[in-house]
Write a protein that binds this ligand. Sequence first.
Ligand SMILES: C[S@@+](CC[C@H](N)C(=O)[O-])C[C@H]1O[C@@H](n2cnc3c(N)ncnc32)[C@H](O)[C@@H]1O
Length: 242
Amino acid sequence: MLDIYMGKDIKLSANQLKELEEILARLQKHEPIQYVLGFTEFYGLHFHVTPSVLIPRPETEELVSLIIQENLGCSSRILDIGSGSGCIAISLSHYLPLAEVHSWDVSSEALQIAMKNNARLETSVLFQQINVLEYQPKDEKFDVIVSNPPYVTVSEKEEMEANVLEWEPHLALFVPDEDPLLFYRRIAEKGLQMLTDDGKLYFEINQAFGKETTHLLESIGYREVNIIKDLSGKDRIVKAIR
Ligand SMILES: C[S@@+](CC[C@H](N)C(=O)[O-])C[C@H]1O[C@@H](n2cnc3c(N)ncnc32)[C@H](O)[C@@H]1O
């Protein structure tokens, strides 16, 4: 570091120079630094990420933090819907070692990354390829269901930066304008069958739909429905009890 401050030349080999040029070319095309590095940090853990998975966001760390605080020491069965990199499920498995954590995603590419992270971080999440929109609940019950589903409406595309729009998987991001609560409704309806009595439902939400999501859950029959704001003061989490 001192050499840089003192203006001394750093000699790079031909290979290092080539590597540096390739990295710069990727960054110039707005590729997120996390994909270039192949890693990101989430809740104190290192996650491998590629353009097949959403880059985990700090708001999602707040969701994970809440679930950990409220379920410490419990041997709960937890289901995470929409695995992505596995950040939610793997963090819960790591910090709630007594819990049995399941996680579903429709994308086989995302699941490959999530399973790699599960092996690297030595957690024991049970991943499955399931399309939650088509899933018919069976007999199995969960104490906690958590989901950070796709929640950006197509019309919000215009406000998005190129690094997100051109690089992150659209399957992870977008819902139709005409049905922005699609995933919340389907998961909540199935949750009535899949959650134990007093089971907890946690959703990360689009800040624009806090009230609508609350009304939806109350109308389906959930109780103690609460909105929790994120650190920027935006409606970000909805929690409900079956
Ligand atoms: C917003 S990302 C969340 C990823 C990760 N949990 C996180 O917080 O970073 C939503 C995830 O839901 C998955 N997904 C989209 N449609 C789905 C469906 N019908 N059934 C199951 N998963 C789906 C996407 O592939 C994506 O990985």
